[in-house]
Structure formats: C-alpha cells, structure tokens
Design a protein. Structure first.
Lengths: 387, 387
C-alpha cells in the first residue's frame, strides 16, 4: 500500500425526496445560481419544476444553461462561464448525469479564468479558483457527483480530454434513486458498464498490499453484477437503483484508489471513440474492456485475473490459472452482452479506417496505464480485436 | 436502503513519514496546541520527540496533557479543558490510540462549555462549540481518528458512556502504520477484535436492500481475518499493519452505516465490563461476540448468518441454514482464540456476582440493538453464556 492523502469533502444527501435540502444547502454559498442541464428528461419527470419551485420560494435567483450535450462540449462551457461572469453566480448547480456535472465543474473554473475555457482542459494547472459546484444526479454512471474530475469534448479538434482540480468536487450532491427510474434500458446498461470500468481501471493494478482496496472493489463489482440487469427489467426497483447509484459515487471518489499507484487504460482509449464518433461512453467501455483484458493477460498479470475470477465470479480456485483468467474475461463479456450492449465497434458505427488515427491520438499524452503499459500499436491491436 | 446524509470531512494523511505534514496542517487552525497522550509508548518509539521538534521548529506553542488512561476518564477531560481555557488553545492534538483521541474530542467540547465536562457525556445535545481536534494514530482499533464519537468513563459512578458531535470529528488524522509496529501482541489482537466488532454491529442488521454496504463490510472483515494474526507474528509487517489501520478507520467512519438503520448491541454490553472492571475493551468484545451471536440466532436472523458464513468464511452454501450459521459463529470464536484472546469473562477477572448489576446498567438508556433487541434479562443470559 502506498502513501496517500485522503480528502472526500462532498456531502451526499441520499434517498427519496432529499431534494428538499436544496435551498438551505445553496444558501451556504450564496443566492445566485446557474442551473446547468441537458435535454428534456428532467422536465419530463417533473424535477425541473420542483427545483425551480424550491429556488423561487426561497428567494434564490437563477439563470439557466440548458442543452448540455451527452459528451459535453467546450462550447457549452464557454456559454456557462459567460453567464457566471455576467451575473456573479455563487454556485453552479448541475441537474442531470455526468455530462451536466462535468460541464458545470469546468464552467465553475472558467468563470474565474480570463482566457479561453479550453486552456483549463488542456492544462489543469491553469485552474486556480473555482466557483462552488453542486449536483442533483439523474444517472448512475460517471461518479462525477463525488469527484473532482471532468471530461470535456472539443469537436473542432476531435479531442475528448479529462481535467480536474480539488475545488471542482461538488460541495454537495443530491442522490435520489427515484430520479433514475426513467433512465432507459440502454442508458442503464451503459451506466453500469461505466461504473464497472471505473472499478476495473484501479482493480487491475500491480500495487502490492492493497488488500482492503481490492476487496472493496470486488464488493462494488458484485453490486453492479447483481443489480445491472435488474434495474433494466424493473426500472422502478428502488433497491437496484439505489445500489447502482451509491456504487457509482463510491467507485470513483478515491476510496478504491487511495493506497494504489493507478493509471487508467480503457477510459483514455474509449475517449477517442467518443471524440470521433460521439458514441455512448459506457458502450465504448463495455466493448473495449474484454478485448483489453485478453490483450493484457500475461504471466505478470494472470494472478490478478485469478483473484477477479475467484472472488467476483466464484470460479473454482483449484482450476488452472489461465483457465480461471479466461473464464473470468468471458464472464465479463457475457455480462455486458446480458445487458444488451452491442459488443463490437462495428455495430456502433465505427469505421475501420479511423482505428489507426484514434490509436495514435489515445497515447498523445503518453503511454496508457501501468497494469500493462500500452503504446499506439497496442491500442490499435485492442481496437482491432474489438472491431 | 434508507435515506442518509453523508459527510466524512476528516482528512487522512496515510503512510510512512506523513507526520511531516503536521505543522502546515496545524497552521490552518492556529498556533496554540494541546497535546493529549497516554503513557510512555509514544516516547519510547521516538514519536513524541519528533512531534515536539516539528512544533518547535515551526513556532507552534504547545501544552501537554499526558497520562490519559486506556479507558479515558472524565477527570482527564476536565484537566484538558482547563488547559484549553487557560491558554486559548486553537487545536487539541491527540497522539495515541482511541483513548487519547476520545479524550481529546471531549476536551475540545468541554473547552467551550461552562459547566462540568460530564454533562457533555450524559447529554451530547449540550455540545454546541468544539475546538478543532486532530490526531496522530498509534493503535488500530477504535476508528476514533475518523469519526465524531467518543467514549468516556466515570469511575465515581461506574459509567462508561458514548457521546458525539459532528464537529468532534478530527479535522485531520495522521495514520502511519509504522507507529503500530511496537504495539504488543495482545493489544494488536484486542484492536483487531474491536475493528471486527464495529463491523459486526452494523453488518448484523435487518435493513433491506443495503447490498453494497454488506459486501463492503465483508471486505473489511476479510481484511481483519487476513491480517490480524499476521500483525501479531510479524509486528513490523507494513502491509498487515497498513491494512488493519485503514480498516479501523473505514469500519466506523459511516461508510458501512449510511443507508442502514443501525443500533449497536455488543459495545454497550462491553462498556459495562470495562466500566466495572477496567478490562481491555477489545477483549471484552471478543468474549461477548460469539455468545451474543448464538443468543440472537433465530429464524428471523439466520439468513444474515448464512450470508456471513458463505461470504466471509467460504462455508459451502448448499449446507443447511442453521448448520452454516453455527459453523460461522464457531469460526468467529476460533478466530478470536487464534489471536490468543482469553474467551471467557472469568479468565479476565470478572466476578459472577456483578453480572446482574452490569446487565441492568447496560440497558439503562433503553433496549440494546435492533437486530434482536435486548433487555436486561437477555444481556444477563449473554453474560452468563460468556462467563
């Protein structure tokens, strides 16, 4: 286990009707709010009206930034930052999924920055001051509600990049599982794949002695496996939605990473797919994951796959190591298939002709991952295996 | 899963040599510190000298409260509160185990209270303001380094009671596993039993749908089982000490409780043993736990024991329910025995003549627990079974 500095300051108000705390929580930071949200889903389910009613009845002024894209674009960030500057916004409130929250975070940073917002994505060190951010979550997936990172897309440059700053972590997030009752099956599936991928990114890791972190990661993986399909079949199953929602937050808030030297592999590969083809992030992750696992399986990594197979999939530990590893990878692929996720790049409309370019782009910030470090040629092979 | 409000604000600096952050962290709160500690162990291992050197070289003034008892007494709290008032202390720094930290917390509350410190133990609602608290941990056990509670003993009234306030949670805690290298075998064993008991108190619970919390609890139990004996046999095994230390914090910081309606059983029973006989808290817990488990096993609770037996002890799930449950309880008892803990009340010097009085005292604040609520007569039966 390596040294770490733990700080997870986001307050979480979890459960049915917790939105009632919104006004008093906002008032800790001021009285002028920018509401950032995506499409019409929060209006359809009545959440938008509820939020507006709570703000109005508590004399909180608000401005709105609707239309945030599923892969949030820097153009939206720029618009939001303008609104913040113009109206001296005290708090940026994201209402939605990870896209709205990620966008809100970078808006809150850009509101305190003189130059162009894209600078803050290219170089997080340029973030010095951040307007307080909060969120009301409507999709269990990215964990953005409890972490300090954000991923923003620039369609002009075909780039989808991560940025972050400790002060970008939401001051508070409201997690009401009933807000995810209306999430369609395919998005529930993609969200579950996203959560699992966050866990895989830090679980498949060679840091020694992080036993507790590994067992906790398995606890979270089991939760996804237990409830992923159930939430699709019974969209109003509170227990399933609640477990997925809380897992989405804990999977990436630091709990599984503290004590390990982690470096992600599958996310940066997938970001190229989304940047070039605007596909659903979680679907891209699900497609790449088993191909990546097969590619990185080696004498150096096989024990980790055995741990995974035995502890998560209950595979008989007396079997041959590689047999267990391969069975575990197959079970992973079968699980994603059981969520009706198309499991090839071809099926989601990705063309073979761009694979090489995307592979090169994926490593432009350097080698990917430390479980089995990946160069452009490795990424290309994984893309081809997943094609 | 029930609604919850999550807030775990304590910062943790975990790992070797993290004590170096002490001065800069203290300076966030002021420059006058009260150091609260127990016996000579922090002096023997050189930690005391290191702390003093860091304070002196950074112009931080300090006063000292040495001699805090293993079951910290209200008399120490009173002394500490006096020192705080007299010297306008900015931060109370506990250096030690849970006893020093618990004592520091109530000192920090009593420093801002006009009346007698014991009032704040009897009625936590009287705590209104708390001087910042921090800790340097030297024993993995109580989790006090990351929670908002404290247990104080009053030998005049034979009472050992818990109190708490959100502001009593340490602002930061330094967790360096090497500080536990010198913890003797019997205290390592007792600490491990204490950690496991904290997990049991919330794991054995009938709240439905807290699947994630249950799997995380099992992750932590497995960690204790994996490293408890190892830390005794190889006191300088960093991996073992680190895993136990981090588990001690996470077991009781709220992570396992949020989402459940919990009410503890074994701790309040044990508090009577310690209040009357000043025995080691963790030893009392280990003795009572299997007796308690056997007593509360019923048709209503057996499924929980099956979950425990199968997931934690890898007992064959195809066996009969009660067979699994009893095997799991036996494995628990055998595990504590393997830590060389004396497993009867008699062996630790407790007299049969006080059992009834202690049982009555245990329930004076009301029925214990909600897994199987316990009245005085139930507690007495458990005491007798453990005698």
């Amino acid at each position: 286990m390596i040294n770490f500095n733990y700080s997870i300051p986001t307050k979480i108000f979890f459960g049915k009707d917790q939105v009632k705390v919104l006004p008093e929580q906002i008032k800790n930071y001021g009285s002028k709010v920018l509401i950032a949200y995506g499409g019409g889903s929060i209006k359809k389910m009545g959440l938008y009206d509820k939020v507006i009613e709570l703000l109005k009845s508590n004399n909180i002024s608000y401005w709105e930034l609707p239309g945030i894209e599923p892969n949030p674009r820097v153009t939206s960030v720029r618009k939001g930052a303008e609104l913040c500057k113009e109206h001296n916004i005290d708090l940026v409130l994201a209402v939605g999924g990870g896209s709205s929250i990620d966008c809100a975070k970078v808006i809150a940073a850009a509101a305190n920055y003189e130059g162009d917002a894209w600078d803050l994505v290219l170089d997080p060190r340029k973030i010095t001051k951040v307007t307080p951010v909060a969120s009301i979550l409507t999709l269990s997936a990215t964990g953005s509600e409890m972490d300090a990172g954000a991923v923003i897309t620039n369609l002009e440059t075909n780039e989808k990049l991560g940025t972050g700053h400790p002060d970008m972590a939401p001051k508070f997030s409201i997690l009401d599982p009933t807000y995810t009752f209306t999430v369609p099956k395919n998005q529930t599936a993609a969200g579950t794949a996203d959560i699992m991928s966050h866990i895989f990114e830090v679980y498949f890791n060679l840091t020694e002695g992080a036993y507790l972190q590994n067992r906790m990661a398995e606890a979270m993986l089991k939760t996804c496996i237990n409830y992923g399909r159930k939430a699709m079949d019974e969209p109003e199953n509170y227990e399933a939605r609640a477990n997925l929602m809380w897992t989405s937050s804990l999977a990436i808030n630091g709990l599984l990473t503290y004590g390990k030297a982690t470096s992600w592999s599958v996310h940066p590969m997938e970001h190229e797919l989304s940047a070039y083809y605007d596909i659903t992030h979680g679907v891209g992750l699900a497609i790449l994951t088993p191909a990546w696992m097969e590619y990185v399986l080696s004498d150096k990594t096989v024990d980790k796959f055995v741990e995974y197979g035995v502890n998560v999939w209950n595979i008989d530990s007396s079997k041959d190591k590689y047999e267990i590893a391969k069975e575990a990878i197959n079970k992973t692929r079968e699980f994603f298939k059981s969520l009706d996720i198309p499991m090839t790049l071809r099926e989601v409309g990705i063309g073979e002709e761009k694979l090489e370019e995307m592979a090169k782009q994926a490593v432009r910030r350097g080698t990917l991952g430390n479980f089995r470090p990946l160069e452009a040629e490795d990424v290309l092979k994984i893309f081809k295996a997943a094609f």
